[in-house]
Ligand binder design. Structure first.
Ligand code: HEM
Length: 221
């Protein structure tokens, strides 16, 4: 038999960061589409309006990213524990989790990972979030900042391969974010109910389905 247990896994600063960041990244992707393909896509009217909105969303995402990093490094002090996969995660955990997502989930088997406040993420989440949060997001912010200030940062821009290389890199990372968004949202619906992973991003509490302990282990039995 299983019973429900409530675990507080997502503190308020992380929730505020997450939704501000999600809104900012979606805005960046949509405005970026118009900026990249102005002849085919026109959502925000004038081209300049799309650029203004894109730059504003970029600033919002950069500020919220700094707050996220500061929170995990200096307040929660759990960036490494939460986000860096262990050797066991890499050698077997990722495959166990992938097996669940690709096969055993559809056979009604339970998720091999159980969230606790100290180990919120399964090995696949850790690897993906590490790449997104500590590699791609800083890179897209850095390349975006260079593109926003082309004239004053000209020397640095040339050193990094010129504007074409930078625009190409920025666009490629944006494509990765778009792909991540679809997979991220789909996988987030694979909890024991479709919304069970969304609720903790709203109120902080995750509902865990836990096996009842055997009677001989139960206090007072
Ligand atoms: C509309 C867009 C988005 C939705 C609906 C969404 C949904 C969710 C949900 C349901 C969770 C909790 C389940 C889980 O951990 O997988 C989550 C966590 C997370 N999401 Fe998103 N997300 C969105 C956009 C993004 C974006 C754009 C990023 C990064 C660039 C992102 C990064 C993360 C991270 C790092 C976590 C773990 C947060 C923590 O507890 O420390 N999400 N998201």
């Amino acid at each position: 038999m299983k019973h429900k247990e409530m675990v507080y896994v997502t503190p308020m600063p992380v929730r505020i960061w997450h939704w501000l960041n999600a809104f900012g990244i979606v805005t960046l992707c949509v405005t970026g589409l118009q900026i990249r393909f102005p002849d085919h896509i026109n959502i925000f009217g004038a081209y300049k309006a799309a650029i203004r909105l894109h730059n504003t969303a970029g600033v919002v995402v950069s500020i919220s990213y700094t707050l996220w990093l500061g929170y995990y490094l200096f307040v929660a002090k759990s960036l490494i524990k939460q986000y860096v996969p262990t050797v066991e995660d890499i050698t077997s955990g990722i495959f166990r989790q992938a097996f669940f997502y690709f096969l055993t989930y559809f056979l009604g088997k339970p998720n091999p990972h159980h969230s606790t406040p100290d180990h919120k993420f399964n090995p696949m989440q850790k690897a993906t979030y590490l790449m997104i949060m500590l590699v791609l997001l800083p890179l897209v912010i850095f390349s975006g900042a260079l593109l926003m200030y082309v004239a004053p940062l000209r020397e640095l821009l040339l050193l990094l391969g010129g504007i074409k290389t930078l625009v190409g890199t920025h666009f490629l990372i944006a494509c990765c974010f778009t792909a991540f968004l679809f997979v991220h949202i789909y996988l987030a619906t694979l909890g024991h109910t479709p919304l069970s992973h969304f609720k903790p991003m709203w109120n902080g509490w995750e509902e865990e389905m836990v096996e009842d302990s055997k009677p001989e282990n139960t206090v007072g039995s």
